[in-house]
Design a protein around this ligand. Structure first.
Ligand SMILES: C[S@@+](CC[C@H](N)C(=O)[O-])C[C@H]1O[C@@H](n2cnc3c(N)ncnc32)[C@H](O)[C@@H]1O
Length: 372
């Protein structure tokens, strides 16, 4: 286990606006709508064609009976493939989360809500599990003004990551030696010291190694320290469940857990479902918003390159967007026919998928030490 060390700064507001890409995306959507309106003005027959299509879509939504059966990440997966208890958990979670949509990143939002660092809360731990080139850790420290501990192999995923029935991301992806990592390291001004990202003046400590080996010794060195903020971005079900289990005795009422990929039903959500069921944990959802990983592009120092990254991401979203183009796929129709209107607006409002969720532990269940 290696540890890289810190500088000192208080709570800071970065000048970089991390939701810019989504604003540009909404401007693109508005421009498309304006283009269609102008085309309709010039050729009124288009108005009739579009009207017929819209009425057809509305009628199809009325007869389509599978609303709510697919999770709104990509309206990807029919949740009937799971047992009844997990199906009920997913359905209940989404119902609750719809009341907690936020435009930004749950991680940074939660970090900014934490009380200022004081002598009394100095033992509280803020953990960032899965840091890649380190920006999630640094920005969490900026937003909270507190010390944040970031954990990573810096050699990539420990397991293969199967995302629903769609993609397989191989073990080793996100290694700092990857060309993409190297490019972002260079373009966001990150330095490396013995294979560990530099702190860049923030109150962060990076712990190198697999969480399977690093997390328990780290906690053992800080006996009794409660976890105030737990950010899970290790991606895989296995690493997520292990992280939750290892930290379980340090969670307290009021601990905030943020999952970057919560709406992947065979990953973080499944791990949390099993974890909370095993210990009878009580919790409440607090926010549903943007994944934190997306903000790496916002940290690119050259404005020109940053805008280029945004435009490339938007182009990929448009061309690969499962909601927009893929009319020959079931997923496309599940989205347009089955998704609640609010979800459609929420999903289309961002140039990427919104999968990140935060929650607060409100009751310790079997983890309550007074029950032993
Ligand atoms: C998606 S990246 C994290 C992105 C980062 N939070 C951000 O916002 O830029 C996932 C990271 O988790 C790390 N990782 C996955 N499983 C791990 C494990 N069990 N132990 C340590 N690191 C792990 C990978 O090396 C990778 O860098």
């Amino acid at each position: 286990m290696g540890v890289a060390d810190s500088g000192t700064v208080g709570r800071t507001n970065q000048t970089v606006d991390r939701t810019n890409i989504h604003r540009i995306w909404r401007a693109v959507l508005a421009a498309i709508a304006l283009g269609v309106a102008v085309a309709c003005y010039c050729a009124p027959v288009l108005l009739i064609v579009i009207g017929v299509l819209l009425v057809g879509l509305l009628c199809a939504r009325l007869v389509y009976r599978d609303r709510g059966r697919f999770i709104p990440n990509l309206y990807a997966r029919d949740i009937r493939l799971y047992d009844e208890a997990y199906q009920a958990f997913i359905t209940q979670s989404l119902t609750e989360l719809r009341g907690h949509r936020i435009p930004g990143h749950p991680l940074l939002w939660e970090a900014s809500q934490l009380p200022e660092p004081t002598q009394e809360n100095s033992d509280e731990l803020l953990l960032d599990l899965g840091v890649w080139i380190g920006w999630s850790t640094r920005l969490t420290s900026d937003a909270s003004g507190r010390t944040v501990y970031g954990f990573d192999t810096f050699e990539g995923l420990v397991e293969d990551w199967q995302i629903e029935d769609q993609f397989l991301i191989k073990q080793g992806t996100f290694s700092l030696s990857d060309p993409l990592s190297q490019r972002f390291i260079r373009e966001t001004g990150v330095t490396l010291h013995d294979g560990i990202p530099g702190t860049l003046g923030r109150k962060v400590h990076y712990v190198k190694g697999r969480t399977y080996e690093t997390l328990a010794p780290f906690l053992a060195e800080r006996p009794g320290a409660p976890i105030r903020l737990f950010h899970m971005d290790l991606d895989t079900y296995e690493s997520c469940l292990h992280g939750l289990e290892t930290c379980k005795d340090r969670f307290v009422e009021g601990s905030i857990l943020v999952f970057d990929e919560y709406l992947v039903t065979n990953g973080e959500m499944l791990a949390f479902f099993e974890f909370q069921a095993r210990y009878g944990l009580e919790f409440q959802y607090r926010a549903w918003g943007l994944e934190v990983g997306e903000m790496n592009a916002a940290m690119v120092t050259s404005r020109f390159k940053r805008v280029m990254y945004y435009l490339a991401a938007i182009a990929i979203h448009l061309l690969d967007g499962r909601y927009l183009w893929k009319i020959f796929t079931k997923r496309f129709w599940r989205f347009w026919l089955g998704a609640p209107i609010g979800d459609i607006v929420f999903m289309l409002g961002a140039a990427g998928v919104r999968k990140s969720v935060s929650l607060e532990i409100t009751g310790m269940g079997k983890l309550d030490p007074t029950r032993h």
